[in-house]
Design a protein around this ligand. Structure first.
Ligand SMILES: *Cc1c(COP(=O)(O)O)cnc(C)c1O
Length: 381
């Protein structure tokens, strides 16, 4: 009986690219004709356009979001031994970026409702070595800029944003990338603004930091064949930049479409609240750009997250888990010395969260199909 239902995919990038295929082909052809494949015109254009969209003065394109964090922190003056406060529930690349920069990640628990860094918990972890706080705007929602700025000022810390999931998100009048000293973005294909491969960018209002980054990403070379520091090769590819330039003007519309999908989910899921199904809280209205739409299958629910996920698959509903293992329990970072029980909220969330299909173009019928399937699974159990 379930076989007659068409699959609801977790993401559908084709839906986004098909209508602008001709524009993208044209942009790619232009790069081929110019032949400026490395640090070409399209890279400089995207840097200007994207920084402007964020309401920030400078953008520096790099190879990945991970490099944007690592090189961005170095350019902001973070040094080996410096401590950086960071949420325990984030994608592992956040931690990787801090470690790559030579700094020490100091993990912080999150609040259970919005799943964002808990600034009260962070206060207790500030030491003489703490230099920065690295908030992650998880799932497309900004950490409260006002609270963040107060926190950073009180402890004399740099704010460096991980905005990899938050292109053009806003809250309290601040846009992603504009509240700190600098911010990192990723253009991984499935992000709200995604390339046809890897890509990243650091945005900042500080000219010296932008200049330092242009050198760091290009062999530590401010001028050709003059190497003033040990940099690396981490440039945003020109073809990717050309594609991103085509996509950028559509981003606001796509984000709006995601917001509408989220509102439909919110409404349809409301009756399931007393059965323990609770969406991650939106504390920023239309400013939330819903990179992911995440629900919690709480302990009040009559079945666990993994069972629900599995049953939904049999109804052809694809879902994800972001993320199933919190960073402090990842084998790769054992040396940080954390153990089970250190971050109870993050650990509980990792067992409860489920990401539902979310992308611009997801139809009302598909959203209904997802929620009906959840209803049916809960009833049958
Ligand atoms: C995607 C992502 C990154 C890493 O970006 P890459 O481009 O894949 O290196 C970092 N932090 C968060 C929160 C992300 O979602």
């Amino acid at each position: 009986m379930t076989s007659i239902l068409t699959t609801v995919p977790f993401v559908d990038l084709q839906l986004q690219h098909q209508p602008i295929q001709a524009e993208i082909n044209q942009a790619i052809q232009s790069v081929i004709q110019r032949g400026d494949f490395v640090l070409g015109k399209a890279v400089a254009e995207l840097e200007t356009n994207f920084a402007q969209a964020c309401g920030v003065s400078y953008g520096v394109g790099v190879a990945t979001g991970t490099d944007a964090i690592a090189l961005g922190l170095v350019a902001c003056g973070i040094q080996p031994g410096d401590e950086v406060l960071v949420p325990a529930n984030t994608f592992i690349a956040t931690i990787l970026g801090i470690v790559d920069a030579g700094a020490k990640p100091v993990l912080v628990d999150c609040d259970p409702e919005a799943a964002l860094i808990d600034l009260q918990a962070a206060t207790r972890l500030v030491t003489a070595k703490t230099k920065a706080i690295l908030p992650v705007h998880l799932y497309g929602q900004l950490v409260s800029p006002r609270q963040l700025l107060d926190f950073a000022q009180a402890h004399n810390l740099i704010i460096f944003e991980d905005a990899a999931q938050a292109h053009l998100a806003d809250r309290e009048g601040y846009r992603a990338g504009s509240m700190g000293l600098a911010a990192a973005f990723s253009f991984y294909p499935s992000k709200n603004l995604g390339a046809f491969g890897d890509g990243g960018m650091v945005v900042t209002n500080n000219e010296a930091i932008a200049q330092k980054l242009r050198s760091l990403r290009n062999y530590g070379s401010p001028t050709k064949y003059v190497h003033t520091e040990p940099g690396t090769n981490s440039r945003l590819d020109t073809l990717q930049a050309a594609i991103l330039n085509v996509k950028l003007p559509y981003l606001e519309g796509w984000n709006r479409a995601r917001n509408v999908v989220a509102e439909e989910y919110d409404t349809l899921l409301l009756p399931l609240k007393n059965q323990g199904i609770i969406p991650i809280k939106n504390q920023s209205d239309q400013g939330h750009i819903y990179h992911l739409y995440v629900i919690r299958v709480t302990d009040e629910c009559n079945l666990d997250r993994d069972t629900l996920k599995q049953r939904l698959e049999s109804f052809n509903i694809q879902t994800g888990i972001h993320y199933p293992i919190p960073c402090h329990l990842q084998p790769a970072y054992k040396s940080l010395g954390y153990r089970v029980g250190d971050f109870p909220v993050s650990e509980a969330l990792s067992r409860q969260i489920l990401s539902l299909p979310m992308y611009p173009g997801l139809t009302t019928t598909q959203i209904q199909q997802v929620v009906t399937a959840i209803h049916t699974v809960l009833k049958r159990f």
